[in-house]
Design a protein around this ligand. Structure first.
Ligand code: PEP
Ligand code: MG
Length: 847
């Protein structure tokens, strides 16, 4: 009787290639047969074949039964059970798309009147890129041998050897890569190359039909592509490209240039167009020249698109008629608008030159902000550091404005391998981070494995409640030599920078004392060996187990600093699993009890003169910055992309204001009340309607279209909107029904739209007057654009507009505005003209 295991698929995207590859990876070590049946579709699959598994079309919540029979069935069952419970639910994260569906936005008038040809597509990776069009075709099987072979056995051996070499090639490439999407992808391709069903299909084609390897590969590619394409799941259909990739690679290895795909060599900035582009083809493109992608078929979840996103390559999908695209022609991929622009005219080139300026100006502004030390408006410092997991992330983190590394999760060095890194390998990785830090502090957290992160070579046993089990500091006793080796590598690295060590999951003083003793021993040994190190290397503890939060007085005798791991502390404090999305209401850092706990931790640490930081996900939410500053943390550490926003938000608040907010929050009884207090706090610090940077003097806009675009772009540059094209579209909705040319050389284009984050006014004076179809026929010398949020209702919008219109009737006001050239004074004139009616309107802020 086979052993049975029932299971319900927890993955939001179903079992596609990455989870299937992880499952196959676990089971391939056993001799027993493992067959799974998707009970929804009744499809069965060989669980040691990634192709067979994905073909079973297992979707979210599908009931699945595994049947295991063979010599090592008990062991295989134990491994499968552990994998399904602990690793499988974490195998895949929901995939995100960062661009909007096709055709949502109308073309801005500057572009639609530019005379270029615009093809619409679905934006799947946002951004704008220009380059020459390069077309890429499919595998060239027609040019390959077709005659039947004399000895099928020899032909199969030839193909089998090629398969083995291909697997070795993937292994070698994987060994050079850190974790990440490229590594995930290579693992999927390696699984296909060693897939038992794939190999069976190939060998049968040769044995039965006496096919040469080329035809067997073409036929297997067709078979598996059709099988995958026939499923209802977009994710599985996309996997056909991965099969094509492996087949293309095999053909290339066996037949060389004859099988080479159409030209993939890039020699200048290029926009690559392909009906379908396999991930391998993408990786083969020279990324020094790859600027954009246009694809016939691809969804936002295809591996090619995931790769394009991770390399920041603007991409459009669902493009029809790619055959009509002229190779070598200069084109623009505008994935913000969902457009491929060809036959560029001077006007279209001008439009995209302005787009380039817009994007660069925003980037420069953010960079300026992120390069400054993190501080509140009144100069209170709150250090903003980065969380990283690999040495390669350190340099980009500092480039993004990190003031240190507040959490280096060193366990990543220990995962996905067959043995732990030795002292030399660890030392090299730690030194790489310290070199990038260039004197700034780096906190290395010692190994935090167990729970969901179990390196196979440690053979950690399955546990009933792994998150309450043997993890982090709790396994150091058992794996003492491993821990000592890491400590020694850290001690040795301390000579090369400002290195701090942090111990995860401390719950008691016994653990603290033991760890300190080990560190002292190892320092002593290094001293005896004449190894140089920093004798004053700070050692800290993560405060992520509630008991530690109530042992701070004693712990501060053993540790030099504390860092709150809010991800874990919150889950253990609220008894709410951090992975369970149904518990979001409980697993909420705005729960007043949790804020009180944080306050107590900070106060207690400071009473013992001990620095305290926070490094959980909570630190990466810019909206919560006023709370963290007001609670008194000395430092926060967050993921790299959050850093610029955190610094920008911090610069908007004062320490006193934040402390007052915290005092209110601590008196609240529900998380909702805290959230409301936070919203009120944010709305009180709205930026003014008009500020000097919103004044554009001597503008080169020559048309109404250009002036409106320039004003909307300025809102984007200053972070008042993320969607300048939506603001522009809202302005044009009014402008096309009636002209906002007011007369006297003034125009007041306006809109009411929530794509602006703050109510805003832009004043623009063109170098030469602009025809505006005004009431009195006069061209426009002063344009005042008004963008008000919808949430303010009609009255606010109309009130500002009416007031402005009344002012423009006043000749004195008009001449003041026309003659003044100092932005600050222009602001003052407008501000004064509103007098007591200065439009300070409540606004809903970004979260
Ligand atoms: C935490 O628990 O907040 C933390 C930073 O550690 P991890 O997320 O790695 O458990
Ligand atoms: Mg933790």
């Amino acid at each position: 009787m086979p052993l049975e295991q029932h299971f319900t698929c927890p993955l939001p995207n179903g079992v596609h290639a990455r989870p299937a590859s992880a499952l196959e990876e676990v089971l391939r070590a056993f001799d027993s047969d493992v067959v799974l049946t998707n009970q929804r579709t009744s499809r069965t699959a060989n669980s040691k074949s990634i192709l067979s598994i994905v073909g079973a079309d297992i979707r979210h919540a599908d009931p699945v039964v595994f049947r295991i029979s063979g010599p090592d069935e008990t062991k295989a069952m134990a491994a499968l059970t552990e994998f399904l419970h602990e690793k499988f639910p974490l195998c895949d994260q929901p995939l995100t798309t960062d661009a909007k569906p096709n055709g949502d936005l109308r073309l801005p008038p500057c572009l639609s009147h530019a005379g270029a040809v615009v093809h619409r597509g679905t934006p799947v990776v946002s951004g704008i890129a220009r380059g020459q069009a390069v077309r890429i075709g499919k595998n060239n099987v027609d040019a390959l041998p077709r005659n039947s072979v004399v000895d099928p056995k020899i032909e199969w051996r030839r193909l089998e050897t090629a398969l083995e070499k291909l697997v070795e090639n993937y292994d070698a490439r994987l060994a050079r890569l850190d974790q990440g999407i490229e590594a995930d992808l290579l693992k999927v391709h390696r699984s296909i190359a060693r897939d038992v069903e794939f190999r069976r299909q190939l060998s049968e084609e040769i044995a039965k039909n006496q096919y040469p390897a080329a035809q067997a590969i073409a036929s297997a590619e067709k078979h598996f592509s059709e099988m995958l394409s026939a499923t209802d799941s977009e994710l599985l259909r996309e996997r056909a490209l991965d099969v094509q990739d492996v087949c293309g690679q095999l053909l290339h290895d066996l037949y060389g240039a004859k099988a080479a795909k159409a030209n993939t060599e890039l020699v200048a900035d290029s926009i690559v167009a392909a009906e379908s582009l396999t991930p391998g083809q993408f990786l083969a493109l020279d990324r020094n020249f790859l600027r954009g992608l246009v694809l016939g078929q691809a969804s936002h979840t295809s591996h090619t698109v995931i790769l394009a996103r991770s390399f920041n390559i603007p991409t459009l999908a669902d493009m029809e008629n790619l055959a009509g695209l002229n190779a070598g022609e200069e084109v623009v991929v505008d994935a913000d608008l969902g457009a491929l622009v060809t036959r560029l005219t001077p006007a279209a080139r001008k439009y995209y030159a302005r787009e380039k300026q817009r994007i660069e100006a925003r980037r420069a502004r953010l960079q300026k902000l992120s390069a400054q030390p993190a501080a509140t408006r009144d100069g209170h410092r709150l250090e903003v550091a980065a969380n990283i997991a690999t040495a390669a992330e350190a340099a980009p983190a500092f480039g993004a404005g990190a003031e240190g590394i507040g959490l280096f999760r060193t366990e990543m060095l220990f995962l996905d391998r067959t043995s732990p890194p030795d002292e030399a390998e660890q030392l090299a990785a730690y030194r790489e981070v310290l070199a990038a830090a260039n004197g700034r502090p780096v906190v290395f957290r010692t190994l935090d494995v167990g729970a969901d992160k179990k390196p196979g070579y440690l053979n950690l046993p399955a546990e009933e409640n792994p998150f309450l089990g043997c993890r982090a500091v709790r396994i150091y006793h058992e794996f003492e030599s491993l821990f000592r080796k890491q400590i020694r590598a850290l001690i040795r690295a301390s000579e090369f920078g400002k290195l701090q060590v942090m111990i995860p999951f401390i719950a008691t003083m016994d653990e603290a004392r033991w760890v300190r003793q080990v560190i002292a021993d190892e320092q002593k040994k290094c001293g005896a060996e004449n190894i140089k190190f920093d004798g004053a290397m700070p050692v800290g503890a993560m405060i992520e187990v509630p008991s530690a939060a109530f042992t701070l007085e004693a712990l501060s005798q053993e540790f030099d600093f504390f860092s709150v791991g809010s991800n874990d502390l919150l889950q253990y404090f609220m008894a709410a699993d951090r992975m369970n999305s149904k518990l979001g209401g409980l697993y909420d850092p705005l729960q007043p009890a949790f804020l009180r706990l944080l306050k107590q931790i900070v106060d207690e640490a400071h009473a013992r003169y001990t620095e305290v930081s926070l490094c959980g996900e909570m630190a990466g939410r810019a909206r919560l910055i006023p709370l963290l500053a007001g609670l008194g943390f000395d430092k926060i550490s967050a993921s790299v992309p959050a850093i610029a926003d955190l610094k920008a938000e911090l610069a908007e608040v004062t320490l006193g204001g934040c402390q007052e907010l915290v005092a209110q929050a601590l008196r609240c009884t529900t998380a909702r009340e805290v959230s409301e207090r936070l919203d009120e706090f944010v709305s009180r610090r709205n930026p003014p309607l008009l500020e000097p940077e919103l004044i554009i003097l001597d503008s080169d806009a020559a048309t109404k279209e250009e002036a409106i675009k320039q004003a909307a772009d300025q809102l984007f540059i200053l972070g008042r909107t993320e969607n300048p094209r939506e603001v522009e579209e809202a302005i044009w909705q009014r402008e096309t029904s009636y002209s906002t040319g007011f007369g006297y050389g003034f125009a007041i284009p306006h809109c009411k739209n929530n794509s602006v984050q703050f109510n805003s006014m832009v004043l623009l004076k063109p170098r030469s007057p602009i025809a505006w179809n005004s009431l009195d026929g006069q061209p426009v010398r002063v344009m005042i654009m008004l963008a008000i949020r919808e949430t303010n209702g009609d009255s606010a919008h109309m009130k500002v507009l009416a007031r402005l219109a009344r002012q423009v009737m006043d000749p004195h006001f008009r001449s003041q505005l026309e003659q003044e050239t100092d932005p600050a004074k222009l602001c003052a004139i407008l501000q004064q003209s509103f007098g007591s009616e200065t439009p300070v309107m409540p606004q809903t802020q970004k979260s």
